[in-house]
Ligand binder design. Structure first.
Ligand SMILES: *Cc1c(COP(=O)(O)O)cnc(C)c1O
Length: 433
């Protein structure tokens, strides 16, 4: 028997894993080009030709739209702000409900609250972790206006089923594609599967501009509303002649020229990075699922999963040790990753707590202390954020799921073999945990 690192034994590896650094000479030259121009942003928050931003922003948008075969791409300063624009453009407001996944980054749901609508959480699929169509349908009321679907972990949502439900009930589908650029569903790009899609370009995502996001849609009207909300709508509508004033309360969600110039380079790298990520994910899935009780991710039929993170299922009844203890023991065998030193070993259990269990929902306190939007008198429904609401999401969070980022393209086969060795060591010695 070997001593596990949690018991003071020698860890499998201490040398940090290599950084995932996708910034190269191309980006440096692009930034230099912008610096030399002296124009770091060209947006004006009024009805003027610069309302749509400067040359890099416009070129980036055009290139993104061409790449993903979509009519409009609108650059914003984060996916969060892109989701705010998308919900606003959908006309969602006080009294409305929006169906959303509880198993996602918080902003997928908060975007509805920004417009004083109430998020209603539907449960997720037990194997693909995206919104479960049957649960979505069961949550629809006369107040429902939209569905925010999430391509969680890099896997597209069940677009045929959910789009059909949306069409039947006259709802818009907003696709949070932050974790799935370049994923595909039946030959179609994730992000373009619903009415509006939103991508993230933050540091942790597949490609990044530091912070950033892109909204895409084929709908001219939705696109123009997104552009207005991005850039001070209320100060623009009069001169622009916009008649529909719903949600024309603008923000400043503008991307600057430096980020756009970087984004243009990053887009060129996306395909190569995704292909390495998939190779890594396939290797780790194959090797880690050799341990009885660990199950590789299920991939939706006719889809391409792009692995923002890799999630595996853990069966305590087979392994005989609670998930959290087992994963802690594996983490103790492994090093941190360069450029993300403060985050510890890039592995975790359960992903996020189902969002409705967070304090904002449990206490019904968002804006002010009077319960808005949850108890708003215009809202005729009744919120339900009780524990037990989405049993699949709760079970995955509490017991079954663990995730890691060792699929990043910077990881070599040797690096991944250290991960596999760590699992093997802990697995073989699990009776000592
Ligand atoms: C990262 C992420 C976001 C937010 O992206 P930002 O660009 O950081 O605002 C939203 N939704 C999901 C699912 C994400 O993973």
């Amino acid at each position: 028997m070997e001593y596990l690192a949690i018991h003071g034994g020698k860890p499998v590896r201490t040398k940090p894993f290599p950084a995932y650094n996708v910034i190269g000479d191309e980006e440096k030259e692009a930034v230099q080009r912008v610096m030399d121009s002296g124009i770091l942003s060209r947006f004006l928050g009024s009805w003027h030709s610069d309302f749509y931003g400067g040359p890099e922003v416009r070129a980036f948008e055009e290139e993104w739209a061409n790449y993903f075969g979509v009519k409009h791409a609108i650059a914003v300063n984060s996916c969060t702000s892109g989701l705010y624009c998308a919900i606003g453009a959908s006309g969602v407001g006080p009294g409305d409900e929006v169906i959303v996944s509880p198993y996602t980054m918080s902003a997928s749901a908060t975007s509805t609250i920004i417009f004083n609508a109430v998020p209603v959480f539907a449960d997720i699929e037990p194997n693909h972790y995206c919104l479960d169509p049957a649960s979505v349908e069961s949550r629809i009321t006369e107040r429902t206006k939209a569905i925010v679907v999430v391509d969680i972990f890099g896997q597209p949502y069940d677009a045929d089923a959910i789009n059909a439900i949306a069409e039947k009930h006259g709802l818009l589908v907003i696709e949070d594609c932050a974790q799935a650029p370049h994923a595909k569903y039946k030959g179609k790009w994730a992000g373009t599967l619903g009415d509006i899609g939103v991508y993230s370009l933050n540091y942790h995502k597949h490609i990044h501009t530091g912070e950033g996001g892109v909204v895409v849609t084929d709908d001219d009207e939705l696109a123009e509303k997104v552009r207005l909300i991005r850039n001070h709508a209320e100060a623009v509508v009069r001169n622009k002649g916009t008649l529909d004033l719903v949600n024309m309360v603008g923000f400043n969600f503008r991307m600057n020229e430096i980020e756009a110039a970087i984004g243009r380079c990053q887009l060129q790298k996306l395909e190569g990075l995704i292909s390495k990520r998939i190779t890594n994910a396939d290797y780790l899935a194959k090797e880690l699922s050799k341990f009885d009780g660990i199950t590789a991710p299920a991939i939706r039929e006719d889809s391409i999963h792009v692995y923002y993170i890799q999630c595996l299922k853990y069966d305590e009844s087979v392994i005989g040790v609670p998930r959290d203890l087992f994963i802690n023991a594996v983490k103790a065998e492994l090093p941190i990753t360069e450029l993300r030193e403060g985050e510890g070993v890039n592995m975790s259990v359960g992903y996020v707590k189902p969002l409705y269990l967070e304090p904002m929902y449990q206490n019904l306190i968002a804006y002010g202390d009077k319960g808005c939007p949850f108890k708003c008198p215009i809202y005729k429904g009744k919120t339900n954020y009780e524990k037990g609401l989405c049993p699949v999401a709760e079970r995955l969070h509490e017991k079954e799921l663990f995730s890691h980022e060792f699929i990043r393209p910077s990881m070599t086969k040797n690096d991944m073999d250290d991960v596999i060795d760590a699992f093997e060591k802990v697995y073989m010695n699990r009776s000592t945990i």
